[in-house]
Design a protein around this ligand. Structure first.
Ligand code: SAH
Length: 350
């Protein structure tokens, strides 16, 4: 694989172009062209410069392979990386804009029992430029530009554990929020982690005021260990402490995700325990209905119970919502699309 030009900021590109003996304003032109989602071959610079860049850099680090449109307007993009790996990204339409859900790794090694992304383990980390390119190509396909964005909000909730790919993810966050680029405000970005405490602690010091979201999914460490192997390493009380620190540093309210699983974490008693854990904290709870993964035996809690759970939290003074489920008719969420694409293609070869 060649290097990825989208990994670099405007200044870094200008330095490379100067090394080629070009004027540094070409650096800005290249950066701006890339932020419009253009390939190197389509950049508005002289051909010899384009050819020189193509010797060293991938023309199209992320390419749209296929799109799936849901009845509710949600669109799934199947994306190919230059080494042939496949990732997925989802665009959801809301009243306030379009939210894109992006992947940070090919596969995942966290092993959560309810999640499809982790079934085949981790294949590799995405680079910052690959993560950014997910947005650039989708923004362009949706008719947006760097100035008039079709993608207004971003959630790092696709395949992968963002903090298991910490350096590239932080670099991506700096690139995506940079002036002169696609410049999506940190306030419009959410990052979801399974709770890798030391990385969360480091992130609190980066000074990037995104919305920090933590996958809790249980009210005690013992329960959490049953579905999330990472819980053996990091305890709920440490997660709560680092969230409080993030709030001190950024003033940003944080979010806990809580996927309701039948017979596991969704009884009234769990709702009371969760309220006890979170009372008085500047946080919000996002209740998620489990997307049942066919390779796993876990079952979703009934919708009625989800709203009952919500009612208990609210009565206890906890801010909470049940997440709207979108795009479930086009292959479900959380890595299912990539998984089904990969298995159908392996079948073809067999
Ligand atoms: N690695 C990050 C991002 C994962 S995806 C993390 O763990 O937070 C975003 C959310 O979807 C997480 O809360 C994750 O636990 C949840 N999730 C994964 N699989 C799911 C499924 N099948 N049904 C419902 N939620 C799921």
């Amino acid at each position: 694989m060649k290097r990825i030009l989208q990994d670099l900021g405007m200044e870094e590109i200008a330095a490379i172009v100067r090394d080629f003996g070009e004027k540094s304003f070409r650096g800005r032109q290249i950066f701006e062209g890339l932020m419009q989602g253009k390939t190197i071959a389509a950049l508005p610079v002289p051909q010899p410069l384009r050819l020189r860049l193509l010797e060293e850099f991938e023309d199209e680090p992320v390419r749209i392979v296929k799109t799936f449109l849901s009845a509710d307007g949600t669109k799934k993009y199947l994306l190919a990386l230059s080494d042939g790996n496949i990732i997925e990204s989802v665009l959801m339409h809301y009243e306030y804009g379009n939210t894109q859900c992006i992947s940070t790794q090919v596969g995942c090694r966290m092993g959560c029992k309810f999640c499809a992304s982790t079934l085949g383990g981790l294949v590799r980390n995405l680079t910052a430029g690959e993560i950014l390119s997910e947005i650039l190509v989708v923004n362009r396909a949706e008719g947006g530009s760097a100035k008039r964005r079709a993608v207004t909000n971003v959630v790092l909730m696709g395949s992968g554990e963002p903090f298991d790919n910490y350096d590239e993810v932080v670099r991506f966050l700096r690139l995506v929020t940079a002036e002169g680029g696609i410049a999506i405000s940190a306030r419009n970005i959410s990052l979801s982690t399974c709770g890798i405490v030391p990385k969360m602690l480091a992130f609190a010091e980066e000074g990037i005021p995104i919305t920090l979201t933590v996958s809790l999914h249980a009210t005690t460490d013992e329960e959490r260990e049953r579905t999330m192997p990472i819980a053996r390493a990091y305890k709920i009380k440490d997660i709560l402490a680092v969230c409080a620190r993030y709030f001190d540093r950024t003033g940003r309210r944080y979010i806990f995700e809580y996927t309701l699983i039948e017979g596991e974490n969704s009884d009234d008693a769990h709702a009371m325990a969760l309220a006890g854990l979170l009372r008085g904290r500047p946080c919000h709870v996002n209740l998620i209905r489990l997307n049942e993964v066919k390779e796993r035996s876990l079952k979703a809690a009934a919708d009625r119970q989800a709203y009952r759970f919500l009612g208990i939290l609210e009565k206890q003074g906890i801010s909470a919502t049940v997440r709207r489920s979108m795009g479930s008719d086009i292959g479900g969420a959380c890595g299912q699309l990539r998984a089904s694409y990969l298995s159908s293609h392996t079948d073809d070869e067999a």
